[in-house]
Each structure stands twice: as structure tokens, then as C-alpha cells.
Design a protein around this ligand. Sequence first.
Ligand SMILES: Nc1ncnc2c1ncn2[C@@H]1O[C@H](COP(=O)(O)OP(=O)(O)O)[C@@H](O)[C@H]1O
Ligand code: SF4
Ligand SMILES: [Mg+2]
Length: 396
Amino acid sequence: MASEKKKSSYISGRESRKITRFNRRVTRRLEKERADANKDPALYTTVMKNPDNVVEFDNVCTYFFTDVGVVKAVDGVSYEIPVGKTVGVVGESGCGKSVTSLSLMQLLQRPSGQTVGGEIRFNLGLGDGKAYNIVNTPNAIMEKIRGNRISMIFQEPMTALNPVFRIGQQVDEVTELHHPEMSKEDVKARTLEMLELVGIANKEGVYNMYPHELSGGMRQRVCIAIALACSPSLIIADEPTTALDVTIQAQILDLLQNLKNKLNSSIMLITHDLGVVAGMADYVVVMYAGRVVEKGTTDDIFHHPSHPYTIGLMRSKPVVGKKVEELYNIPGSVPNPVEMPDYCYFRDRCEMQCDKCAGQYPPEIRISDTHIVTCYRYMDGGEVIGYPKSVDVEAL
Ligand SMILES: Nc1ncnc2c1ncn2[C@@H]1O[C@H](COP(=O)(O)OP(=O)(O)O)[C@@H](O)[C@H]1O
Ligand code: SF4
Ligand SMILES: [Mg+2]
């Protein structure tokens, strides 16, 4: 069995060289296109489908061109983030949550990681729905968007901060970068204001401290201050409380929510913790193996979970006051990302499959105004919206 497995994943020297050549050709061309600062703006400006959204992911495909083949980390993902709302993105580790957000920031590991298909529309906030398609936006413009219009809070505040610079310097730096017209005094005043806003009482003291002198929760507050320094229209919080103590988690989430409301920003909240989403999100997107399997309001997902994977997630969540012998766990494992099956990715683990499930990957089906599920069980009675589309890598 073990040797059979080894055989199937074995790559000969010839195949390996072929993969390397192919990867180099494709990634070089894509990198060259992206570096072109004088690109015609018509190639990357577009309009939002709905001007009330800050971001629209539309059939986004982000692939990694690795030595063992193409990993389709995100493959045909579509969802929206409305202005002023929090969207929770959930799913088990490795399902493509972070890669989706890194595609939006154009912070993928280069050159192997590339967004090869779809559109990511980012609302310019001019009121007319004008937008950038981030997939084609050149690096020079991305530098003005990152940290300014869209900012990010990471899981591990110690690694996000630079250990050799004082806190004040690190917050100042962001404001200086995006507002070179501000004087040194104004920048410092703004930093102190931000530190106060994120609930740091001893702001003057903290301004002069190094990251190691602060607790985990305080460091995450500093990261939030950095993220909010330029009043972004979208904050991406990738597992923002996973590395913190449970008691601090709630404080940090409260703080994020309050600041979001103050700035009228939106939050993309990435987490594997359903409890975090329940308390904070307006909408929830459930991902599985690089695709969205279900999306809707938080109420839809928590009270009417419909995709068998979401139903499994809800069953595997501990409930306070409910005594169980053993927590449910979803049988089986995620398929190999290099060779995804041509049928429903969840089929081999699904306890609810029917005859239709033998066919191609299921379409997105609307089962209410706000609720969409990618599963054949809802074919009768629901409205078929469309199929997630992969990119043919051979044609690149
Ligand atoms: N730098 C990389 N090189 C190759 N594959 C990657 C890389 N980063 C991510 N992946 C692939 O993308 C998939 C999704 O990763 P990620 O978005 O980080 O998952 P998560 O949902 O836990 O945030 C992973 O399963 C992994 O196979
Ligand atoms: S399409 Fe079929 S196999 Fe896939 S999740 Fe739905 S019921 Fe299960
Ligand atoms: Mg992640």
C-alpha cells in the first residue's frame, strides 16, 4: 500500500524538468505583466457589480506553480464584502482562506503564487462604483493601496512587529509612508491618538517601548493601531485572536468591532473558530478545498446550515451545557490539492450523497435571498447561479 502510494506521487527526472520549465515560462510572463507601471489603466479599472460592496471576489483562481505540479489553492471563489459589514471566512486549515486574502493584497509568495483567473474588484470609494481589478493592478498602485486602503492584522503579533524598533517608530512609519506631507510632530500626535484609540492607557510609555516589553494582547492592540493608522476601508484580520488567551480574545474582538464602526470600515475575518464568527460577523463564507461551499448571513449559516460540510462543522462544535460522549468529527480527509477530483470535492466524506453527486462538481444554488449553497441536494427548488470555473493551466 505504502509503495503503491509512493509510486503514484513519484515524479521522474524528465517530468520534473518539464514542470520546472513550464512554471518558469508561465510565472515569468505573469510577473512581467504585473511589473509594468505604465500599464493602460483601462486594463485594471472596472466597475463594482454592486457599489455597496467594498470588495467583490468573482471566480478568483490563485494557483501555486510548485515543483510537484500546480496547486489550485483557490479555484473559482466568489463572494462579496459589503461596506461597513464584517464577513467571516471559515473552513479547516489549508482550505484557501489566507490565500484568498493574500490575493487581494497581492502578497502571495512570488513567483510561484499567481492569481491566474477571475476578478477581484476593489471599490475606490468615489461613490460611482469605480473599482480596481486587483488581479491586473500593477505593483506601483498596489503599494498605495496596501496598508492605506486595505490593511491586515495577523495571527502572531510578535512576528508582525519588528523586534528591533520601538513601537512608536513602527506606527509612525505607516503614517509617514502614506502621508509624506505630515510633519514629524503631527505624525507622532496621530500615533499617540491611535494608541489611545486601541485602549493603551500608558501611550507615551508604550511609544518608547520595544515589542518584547509588551504582553501578547498589548502587541495585538499595537498591530491594530498600525492597521487602522490610515483609516482603511477594509481590514483583513487573519486569525487575529488564535495566538491569544481566551480572556483577551473577547477584548480584542470587541475593540476591532468598535473601531470598525467608528471608521465605517469593513472586516474580512478569517478564522477556523466558529465561536469568533458567531459573535462578530454579519455574513459567513464557508470554504472547503479551495472553493466556497456555502455563504449567507450569520443566521443562515448557524441556524440553517445546509451544505453537508457546514452541517458537519456545526455538529463538531462543542456547545456549553450540552453533554456528549464524544465530539463529532467529519470522516475522511481533504483531497490532494494537485489532483482534485472532477466531482464534488466533499463527496468522499459526504454522508448525504445522492445519485446526482456522481456527476460534475455541483453549481452554486440560491436557496433564499441571502443564502447560497454549492450542493446537488438543493437542485430542486433552488435557483442555479452558475458553476465555479477553473483555469486551464495548459493554456497559460
Ligand atoms: N507558498 C505556497 N506554496 C505552495 N502551496 C501553497 C503555498 N501557500 C499555500 N499553499 C497551498 O494553498 C492551500 C491553502 O492555504 P491557506 O490559504 O494558507 O489555508 P488556510 O485556509 O488555512 O488559510 C494550502 O493547502 C496549500 O496547499
Ligand atoms: S453535492 Fe452531493 S456529495 Fe457533494 S456535498 Fe452535496 S450531497 Fe454531498
Ligand atoms: Mg490561514
